[in-house]
Design a binder for this molecule. Sequence first.
Ligand SMILES: Cc1cc2nc3c(=O)[nH]c(=O)nc-3n(C[C@H](O)[C@H](O)[C@H](O)COP(=O)(O)OP(=O)(O)OC[C@H]3O[C@@H](n4cnc5c(N)ncnc54)[C@H](O)[C@@H]3O)c2cc1C
Length: 488
Amino acid sequence: MPLPERTAAFLHKAVGPGVPIREGHDSDARVAHQGPRGMAWHDLCDVRMGVDDPLLVDVVFPESLDDVVAAIRRAEQQGRAVIPRGGGTSVVGGLTAADPSTIIDMTHMNHILDWSPSDGVVHVQSGVTGPQLEQWLHERGYMFGHLPQSWEQATLGGYAVTSSAGQVSSGVGRFHDNVVQVTLATPHGVWTIGHNPATAMGPDFMGVVRASEGTLGIVSDLVLRIRPRPSRIHSEGALSPTWQAAINAARDLAHAGLTPHVLRISDQEETRGTWAMSFPAGIKGSLVNAYCAMRGVSDGCLVIMQWQGGSELPAKRRAAWKILNSHGIVRLGRGVGRSWEKHRFAGPYLRDSLIDAGYFVETFETATSWTQLAHARETVMEEVARLDARVYAMTHISHVYATGASLYFTILAPSTFGEHWSEVKTHLTDAIVSSGGTATHHHGVGTVHAPWLRQELGEQGMDVWRAIKGSCDPEGIMNPAVWRAWQR
Ligand SMILES: Cc1cc2nc3c(=O)[nH]c(=O)nc-3n(C[C@H](O)[C@H](O)[C@H](O)COP(=O)(O)OP(=O)(O)OC[C@H]3O[C@@H](n4cnc5c(N)ncnc54)[C@H](O)[C@@H]3O)c2cc1C
């Protein structure tokens, strides 16, 4: 899809003209040739340039747990590595071949096996996608509610092993908060983890699964927690006079137990970018402009909120708005909220159009405490400002906890900037970690964040991790490029 005119004009002004990576390669061709790759900048460029991966030997599509066990066994006998693949949306190099490899593609394991509304659970194969699960549950009056931006492509198995967090995480929790049981097919055997509803019998190995990223085994099926659909959903927009005021308001909402299901706060740069690139022409120009000028918050920070619930919702919103107003935040109304709803999964498609138009686009993220949040963002923005005049960086908060929140950064530049991205990313992640943030809040480690793993887990953590790996995958055939990157 060509870049909308308004977006092109905004980018031209912000970072200059795009530089096409290579003529004649369109988005459809990219999808067809994706092979073992994910969707990080380097993956998308390789596919666009038609770079083949000589290490990819075979692709298999199991349909049952028995098929998965047999495929792992066969790969082992043939001396091949195994790369589990879900929707292929990894942005951290999670789908990288290091040895001659068999990809075990889980997308044919896409059946909903069973459910129990009285227990509040559904049993699914791991290749099911978000839309498939939500549609099935919605038809029965229930929901799951894990809605990351990659929702239309990613699979439940992918979410389960990458510590994924969706847009509604402030309301329903992260993916792993809603996993009751997992079946993991490892080269050593089939491991069932989790006991409904809870247990005090030994350690909770669910935490091991959620960080495993295909290095221990393959998630074949899962039991997930479901909820009745809310009778009321209310999306709305607001504007904060400053970034710090918005952070303080989000913290106070969290401490008061009044966080909306979705709470997304853009900094001034992202707010400008959003008006220019994502919202229907005219919203900013007419209504919001006049309204904001009147309320004295003309260059503020956009706040998107979605409230879900029942008859208690109006009272909850009223109490929350007292807090928001006390920080100078003003209402923009439901139109802005509805516009966000409409475009909430557009990111991956906009990204393709940006690349087609010759622009570099990458994202990275972190999480830190309330007291460090503003400092962490400033640190990154200062580093970005030193890089190159033709880089536009913007930030938002999208996952809110009682004790802190996540920060999500987007970088836009002419595509030539991508040649240096690996060094720049290292530099920026060093800056994040030195300012007290984690190297990743929800994208996972993959190969890209591997250099910071030892620092965050510590030597003892690495030893324990290796012992678990030794038990599940003694020959080291599972996703070796990722595992070896973690050991360096
Ligand atoms: C535009 C865009 C937006 C995104 N937004 C979000 C977001 O909002 N929140 C978020 O959390 N993430 C986001 N992501 C990242 C990505 O979607 C997640 O990491 C997702 O969990 C990956 O799922 P997948 O099925 O695509 O897995 P894949 O990309 O296929 O694989 C990811 C990793 O998991 C392993 N794996 C996959 N399936 C299995 C399985 N069944 N068993 C064992 N290992 C397996 C793979 O080997 C690989 O290491 C985004 C990505 C893109 C491209």
